[in-house]
Design a protein around this ligand. Structure first.
Ligand code: 5GP
Ligand code: ZN
Length: 115
């Protein structure tokens, strides 16, 4: 079994505050939120990042913008604005090597290189 942190969250071996789940995607609260709304959206199947997508995971990940838009409404930031981003690799600051998208909102987020 994978020791990957987000694989373990997807398998419910590690608790997380889940806000959305379907067959192939999971969204949960970031444990160290950088904004009033800070959610992580992941494919349940493991891949390290966007360079490692299989066709199956790409099909699941293609739905992430739609899920993010629904979550933005659910969490009250659709009107004020929100950001969806994925860090890939060292220079981007990726720390968990299971593909994930951050959904951030609830305050002015600053320039595109700042959280
Ligand atoms: P990255 O830096 O790889 O783009 O983002 C990883 C994110 O995962 C960080 O924002 C970090 O706070 C979050 N994170 C790390 N460990 C955990 C955890 O155990 N549970 C949850 N919910 N989030 C985590
Ligand atoms: Zn994983």
């Amino acid at each position: 079994m994978s020791e990957c942190l987000f694989c373990r969250i997807a398998r419910k071996e590690i608790p997380a505050a889940v806000v959305y789940e379907d067959d192939t995607l999971l969204a949960f609260q970031d444990i160290f939120p950088q904004a009033p709304v800070h959610l992580l959206i992941i494919p349940k199947a493991h891949c390290e990042g966007l360079a490692d997508l299989t066709p199956e995971i790409a099909a699941a990940a293609a739905r992430i913008p739609q899920v993010a838009a629904k979550l933005a409404v659910d969490h009250g930031v659709q009107a004020s604005g929100w950001r969806l981003l994925s860090n890939n690799g060292a220079d981007a600051g990726q720390t968990v090597f299971h593909l994930h998208f951050h959904l951030l909102g609830g305050k002015p987020l600053g320039g595109k290189l700042c959280l």
